[in-house]
Design a protein around this ligand. Sequence first.
Ligand SMILES: Cc1cc2nc3c(=O)[nH]c(=O)nc-3n(C[C@H](O)[C@H](O)[C@H](O)COP(=O)(O)OP(=O)(O)OC[C@H]3O[C@@H](n4cnc5c(N)ncnc54)[C@H](O)[C@@H]3O)c2cc1C
Length: 407
Amino acid sequence: MTTRREVAQWLTASLAAAGLARARARDDAKEDAKADVVVVGAGAFGAWTAKALLDRGRRVVLIDAYGPGNSLSSSGDQSRISRSNYGANALYAEWAAKSREAWLALERRARTPVFVPSGVAAFDKAASREVAAALEVLRQLRIPIEQLSPGRAMQRFPQFHVEADETVLYEPHGGTLYARAALQALVADMRGPRFKYRLDAVRPPEVTQDLESIETASGARIAASEFVFACGPWLPKLFPQLLGRRIRSIRAEAYFLRIPPGSRLYEASAMPTWMDNCVPDAFGMPDLEARGCKVAVDVAEPPMDPDSGDRRPTAEFGDAVRAYVRRRIPGLADAPVAEARVCQYEMTPNEDYLLDRHPGALNVWIAGGGSGHGYKNGPMVGQYMAGLIERRVQPIAAFTFAAHPAE
Ligand SMILES: Cc1cc2nc3c(=O)[nH]c(=O)nc-3n(C[C@H](O)[C@H](O)[C@H](O)COP(=O)(O)OP(=O)(O)OC[C@H]3O[C@@H](n4cnc5c(N)ncnc54)[C@H](O)[C@@H]3O)c2cc1C
């Protein structure tokens, strides 16, 4: 039975806790009052934007509703491909090479695995114009690239079957990023008096003129001079009018296939990460963290709400992965599924990123539309956003609202 004394003790403890919470909120508000920039979203785009601003001496508050690299976010998967082979697109190729250096620097600073030097193989039709264009761009940028005939490719990477009319571009400096772990390491690395990370959800702002502050679900109001919204697939939920017809969130499923017991053939030292341009949006990674070989194939583009979408894997995607693996990786044709996970892409119609000022305010910025290839370029997106905010870089036409008309 509870005694009066126990009730009194409980009440005192509760009041003390409430007082502490109020004091903490006051402290938070005080620290936030000093912010130059609030960055909303600690995915690859937001976390690297915060880092670039911090490195330029800005006081930054980074806010995320679920945490950096959380399971719902696009950046929250186990792994992402880092490659410079972007066909004819020299800008993304260059950004990927520069970003790679930043990921490697993070790995050294954080002393945690970030980049797996697995190399990246790209399967293409030999006659594809993109192959010739990629070779040209990468040679100009002095990024190592090797073209392998089907026979040579299967000799070097016996995991794969390559058809006679296909070719393989192998990028030895390409690799695989530990997506979730790297972001958590990045945010942990941003310590210091000018940086504050908050776990909180920002309410959709009404942008009718320059923004003075944002409001969060916990009731905090945070003022700053500039605001960056890097909310990935949530962007259309925060700005339905502006982005509802510019960014689409669609479902993706990734499967981890069990490798044959005791086999070393699927380790990253023997098998490259790959992307398959002969099959729409198929890609995969070697066995990392003993989770199995990761394979994904996009079969359709069902819409996916990042908060409430059903994250149970479906037979439709699973069957497509099985059919694909039977053709491309015969040794895993019947490999059992060890794990599967559901994620979502945040696509723009032309698949270029959207990195621009909000058309309704001078101090509100949008960083999103990674379109299935944004993770690796997080470091350069961050540099570019910081440059835009400081009015030090010329906007790149491909990333502007003008290049992304509402569909
Ligand atoms: C299956 C799949 C495979 C991919 N493969 C590759 C690849 O191999 N290589 C590559 O480079 N890219 C790849 N991508 C794309 C890449 O993952 C994304 O482009 C990138 O991760 C997007 O990062 P982001 O920061 O824009 O969004 P996110 O990572 O989704 O981050 C947005 C953040 O905003 C937060 N947030 C949202 N709303 C609020 C709010 N109201 N208040 C506070 N916080 C909020 C979320 O919690 C989240 O953490 C792939 C994507 C998918 C889905």
